[in-house]
Design a protein around this ligand. Structure first.
Ligand SMILES: Nc1ncnc2c1ncn2[C@@H]1O[C@H](COP(=O)(O)OP(=O)(O)OP(=O)(O)O)[C@@H](O)[C@H]1O
Ligand SMILES: [Mg+2]
Length: 254
């Protein structure tokens, strides 16, 4: 069975792309899973972090959503072992046209249908908003993984996330689940981190992953070397945290 997870939070800079590419790489490296990472953010950060030259794409996700390419034609196999459907800023230019397509919310789900069963996991990295691309990601996924940074505004954003999930469940009739809420950019020396984590646990209960991702410059540096954190600093705290998180994800599903 294929597990389809959207990495979703409308707030920017919470660690969606960092989590999407590192979880993908770790699922391959530590659990020998077949993983497809779909980058539905025109920033293309998850694609770029895995070494894809996003300014030299012949075809990309935009062509699939426009129904001008089959998804098989745009999949790129990366050195990490993760297959990627990449994007770049040209996707943003198609947002308004795509928003006018009939069945616009289901374009990604339909496109993935042709190849999903070749993978154990399909991860979808969402943009920081709730436009047509995020809705496509949510409609294509079985569950959301929600990274939340340890800030007051991070907490404030929970309301919006829940509204978006309700909209998908009630208006679009798709019973999307919460795979888990991930505390990111955690700084144990900082009381705010502890307070935000406590509020998340009060609100989401056992849906909050036990693992917290620490704030560390290594996670910021790794993409510039096209490396996952497991390659860039295998023995560091961030690699340990992402590996623990991946173990939790795998246990949730298997
Ligand atoms: N745990 C962390 N510690 C330190 N830096 C981090 C951490 N997680 C992410 N970052 C850095 O913070 C920035 C934002 O992270 P990232 O791109 O993963 O967030 P995002 O939620 O995908 O952002 P966007 O909403 O713009 O897509 C990046 O420069 C990234 O390297
Ligand atoms: Mg991102």
């Amino acid at each position: 069975m294929t597990h389809k997870l959207a990495i979703f939070n409308m707030k920017g800079g919470v660690g969606k792309s960092t989590s999407a590419y590192n979880i993908s790489a770790g699922l391959v490296q530590f659990h020998q899973k077949r993983v497809l990472l779909i980058d539905i953010d025109p920033q293309g950060h998850a694609s770029a972090a895995l070494g894809i030259p996003i300014w030299q794409l012949d075809k990309q996700l935009k062509d699939v959503l426009q129904r001008q390419a089959n998804i098989r034609e745009v999949v790129i196999s990366t050195a990490s072992g993760v297959d990627v459907v990449p994007s770049n800023i040209l996707l943003a230019e198609e947002e308004i046209p795509i928003s006018g397509f009939p069945g616009r919310e289901l374009l990604l789900r339909k496109a993935i249908g042709a190849i999903a069963d070749q993978y154990d996991y399909v991860l979808i990295d969402c943009p920081p908003n709730i436009g047509v691309f995020s809705v496509n990601a949510l409609m294509a996924a079985d569950a959301v993984l929600i990274p939340v940074d340890m800030s007051y505004l991070g907490l404030l954003g929970i309301n919006g996330i829940e509204r978006a999930l309700s909209l998908v469940r009630e208006q679009l009739d798709h019973p999307i689940d919460i795979a888990g809420v991930l505390a990111t950019r955690f700084d144990a020396r900082n009381n705010l981190s502890k307070e935000v984590l406590k509020s998340l646990q009060d609100h989401f209960g056992p849906k909050v992953f036990q693992t917290r991702i620490p704030e560390t410059v290594k996670l910021r540096e790794a993409p510039s070397f096209s490396q996952s954190i497991f390659e860039y600093e295998a023995r560091g705290a961030a690699a340990k945290a992402y590996q623990d998180l991946i173990d939790e994800v795998v246990q949730t599903y298997e």
